[in-house]
Design a protein around this ligand. Structure first.
Ligand SMILES: Cc1ncc(COP(=O)(O)O)c(C=O)c1O
Length: 455
């Protein structure tokens, strides 16, 4: 397929994997309808058609997991455990690693935070998503060191090295992202893991934005845990994953107290209830009825991505990124946000600001006038976005009114189901808005910038 951008023909393949919603049309505030361009994969990616089909095929056989004698309960239990094995294979887990199904990356990192040994020192960069930045502050007896945003991957490794070198004895954990949800830039995971291990620390990889785009091998990266969410991996059925070393998890109190996490429960003579908990990390921390559909959907997505091949997915995404960056370069008012510089390796996630525009206004106009879905705001990474925009940590930043040029940005993100014309359409719509202004009036309702009702 050939698409043209500013007169330069660019050849792009069709998207490697079909997703749901390809033909959905949305109304425009200016009249008429248009096919929706979903360019907010970093928030939640559309479901893969394959995932949807697999879930639909299984749905009639749905039954309780780990707690039923019936045929469908047995089948569902088998499917749930097979899904665990598929995820372990997808992540290249070591033989002793365990996969715990959670609700999301946020849930996975909170689970690990709740399992930290007493007095663990945690090291994070201020650039993290809030899900990777905040859970540690709540961990019992943990001490958190928040490192300043580095300007290069090498600086990140050096800063971590220095911080760990000066840390007192005791358990230590580093939490690092694989790919930034703001800039899309890749972090030097292998090198950070090596630095962590050199100083006797463990490392958990927030792979929420990495797993949908790049092959992640836990053994090869030599990280201790990996966390990710199904809904960013084309499997939006409410499940997530924490995979890795079982020891801290086995030694910890169960994340949730309830059925499934227990071996025996007795009422003692003194009236107290006493539980003996399961030993395996998964059983111990998956109390309650497991989300078998969510786990199966993640396993289905893992298989689909593996079969498509990450080389092919990378190539597709690289083509889309070239289209996007060449297009943005033609609009001088655009400033792309970057920590590591223009040449940094990145996934299909890019944030920018446009001089003279409030980002919420721009995102609202892209949606209402062009049928393009992007994200605006600070992307649950307030310290990073403010840093990139030259703000002070205490500066406010939120989705504001069209007149308020507060700290926020626009983010476009895409992946395996994105056709090149969506990116082309986005660039053309942005250029039109910047050149001619919005053709509608916008106001703020419930904290969001939205089209004002017509007079
Ligand atoms: C890098 C990163 N980590 C963690 C999360 C949290 O993911 P979830 O909302 O699925 O828990 C996100 C979500 O945007 C993310 O981008």
């Amino acid at each position: 397929m050939t698409v043209s951008l500013a007169g330069n023909p660019v050849t792009c393949d069709l998207p490697p994997l079909p997703v749901l919603g390809r033909d959905v049309t949305v109304p425009l505030v200016t009249g008429g309808e248009v096919t929706y361009a979903a360019l907010d994969y970093a928030a939640s990616a559309p479901a893969l058609q394959r995932v949807w089909d697999d879930v639909a095929a299984y749905a009639p056989y749905y039954g309780s997991v780990h707690r039923g004698a019936g045929y469908l309960s047995q089948l569902s239990t088998e499917l749930f455990e097979q899904s665990r094995a598929t995820v372990a294979g997808f992540l290249g887990c070591r033989p002793t690693d365990e996969v715990v199904f959670t609700r999301s990356t946020t849930d996975s990192l909170n689970l690990l935070a709740a399992a930290l040994p007493e007095g663990t020192q945690v090291f994070v960069f201020e650039t993290e998503h809030h899900a990777a930045l905040l859970p540690w502050q709540r961990a019992k007896g943990a001490r958190v060191t928040c490192l300043a945003a580095p300007r290069t991957p090498e600086q990140a490794v050096a800063a971590l090295d220095v911080a760990l070198h000066g840390a007192p004895k005791g358990p230590k954990l580093v939490c690092a992202t694989g790919a930034s949800n703001v800039t899309g830039e890749l972090w030097p995971v292998r090198e950070l893991a090596a630095a962590a291990h050199r100083h006797g620390a463990r490392i958990v990889l927030d792979a929420a934005q990495l797993v949908p785009h790049r092959a992640v091998d836990i053994g090869e990266l030599d990280v201790d845990w990996v966390a990710f969410s199904g809904h960013k991996l084309y499997a939006p059925f409410g499940a997530g994953v924490l995979a890795g070393r079982p020891d801290w998890l086995r030694d910890a109190e169960p994340y949730l107290a309830g059925g499934g996490a227990t071996r025996t429960v007795v009422r003692r003579a003194d009236g107290e209830v006493e539980a003996e908990w399961q030993e395996s990390a998964a059983a111990r921390h998956e109390a309650g009825s497991p989300n078998v559909i969510g786990a199966y959907a993640i396993a289905s997505a893992c298989k689909a991505l593996t079969e498509a091949g990450f080389d092919r997915l990378d190539e597709h995404e690289a083509q889309l990124l070239t289209l996007l960056r060449d297009g943005l370069a033609e609009i001088p008012q655009v400033r792309v946000l970057s920590l590591f510089g223009a040449d940094a390796d990145r996934v299909g996630v890019l944030s920018f600001v446009v001089s003279g525009w409030n980002s919420s206004h721009l995102a609202a106009a892209l949606s209402a006038e062009h049928g393009i879905g992007v994200r605006d705001g600070l992307f649950c990474a307030h310290p990073l976005v403010k840093h990139l925009l030259g703000g002070r940590p205490e500066d406010p930043g939120a989705c504001g009114s069209p007149e308020d040029l507060s700290f926020n940005a626009v983010r476009i993100s895409f992946g395996a189901g994105t056709p090149p014309e969506h990116v082309t359409r986005f660039v053309e719509a942005l250029a039109t808005l910047v050149r001619e202004g919005a053709s509608w009036t916008y106001h703020t309702r419930n904290g969001r910038c939205v089209p004002a009702p017509s007079a």
